[in-house]
Design a binder for this molecule. Structure first.
Ligand code: SIN
Ligand code: FE
Length: 289
């Protein structure tokens, strides 16, 4: 983990800060912003305190395509106010990422914004959904074909509760651990999933491998215990960014976080050779998209 001592969401940031940010993120570290608070005014604080999940999903999320806010118990004006908080966070997050990595701009797509009110510790879920186990992110319905997943989190807990994660090991060791269990592609499967509308695009071999790496790690409790991950904590009033497709992570406890997802085209990366696609293609000796 590395830290940047910035206090504001929009630049201009210095050249040294920009260089450190991109290097840290692309080699697979968590970039923490210990002094970067996402401020909420009293009305926003009120709606955030009211918002609970309706149980349909882990989180409350704002879809950038429709502007729709899903998964909360709120209705009417309260729901509109919550969507406005998420939209303001999304814009702040975008300002921060583009302020630090302006060259990402032509290859950056804004994904969902989420609010994660529920305490993680003690939450019951299936092993595949259980983010208390180390994993890299991969989405069953959204094939990425080598696009990166960059996520920015802010801990906005009003009672000062930190968010605890474990992170590590490095992506190459993680992949080396689980690639031997990888099965060959099932002919026709990607096309069928696409035709049935179960995926939003054709799954590439890259997506199959990433889903395997996600599942195989979460299933292997023996490895979870000896993976060599380190504990990190993110205090309330701080933020952090990480390529979650590259950095094995587990969220152990905490509540009330905001999160913004970005998809980054590999062509705009400063060090494309460190990306999961490049590492997997090297390890497997084959093209994957
Ligand atoms: C995850 O991406 O696995 C969960 C992260 C979090 O909610 O802190
Ligand atoms: Fe995750």
């Amino acid at each position: 983990m590395e830290s940047l001592d910035i206090t504001g969401w929009s630049g201009p940031f210095g050249e040294a800060e920009q260089a450190r940010a991109v290097e840290c993120l692309e080699v697979g570290k968590v970039l923490a912003f210990p002094a970067l608070r996402f401020p909420l005014d009293e009305a926003e604080q009120g709606v955030i305190r009211l918002a609970g999940t309706d149980g349909s999903a882990k989180n409350i999320s704002l879809d950038p395509a429709t502007g729709e806010c899903k998964g909360s118990t709120l209705t009417g004006d309260d729901r509109i106010r919550l969507a406005a908080v998420l939209e303001r966070f999304a814009r702040s997050a975008m300002g921060l990422i583009l302020g630090l990595m302006p060259f990402y701009q032509p290859g950056l797509t804004r994904g969902r914004t989420s609010f994660r009110p529920v305490e993680i510790a003690g939450r019951q879920s299936s092993w595949r959904q259980d983010d208390k186990r180390l994993h890299v992110d991969a989405f069953p319905t959204r094939p990425l074909r080598g696009q990166r997943i960059l996520r920015l989190f802010a801990n906005i807990d009003h009672d000062g509760v930190p968010r605890y994660w474990r992170v590590g090991p490095d992506f190459e060791s993680y992949a080396t651990q689980f690639l031997p269990g990888l099965r060959p592609s099932i002919p026709g499967q990607a096309r069928l999933l696409r035709m049935l509308g179960l995926t939003k695009a054709m799954r590439s071999r890259y997506d199959e491998v990433m889903l395997h790496l996600h599942d195989a790690a979460k299933r292997d409790m023996e490895w979870q215990g000896r993976a060599g991950a380190v504990d990190v904590d993110f205090p309330a009033g701080s933020a952090w960014a990480v390529f979650t497709d590259q950095v094995p992570h587990a969220a152990l406890s905490g509540r009330n976080a905001l999160e913004q997802t970005f998809y980054i085209d590999p062509h705009v990366l400063a060090r494309p050779g460190t990306a999961p696609l490049a590492v997997l293609e090297r390890l497997c000796g084959q093209a994957m998209v």
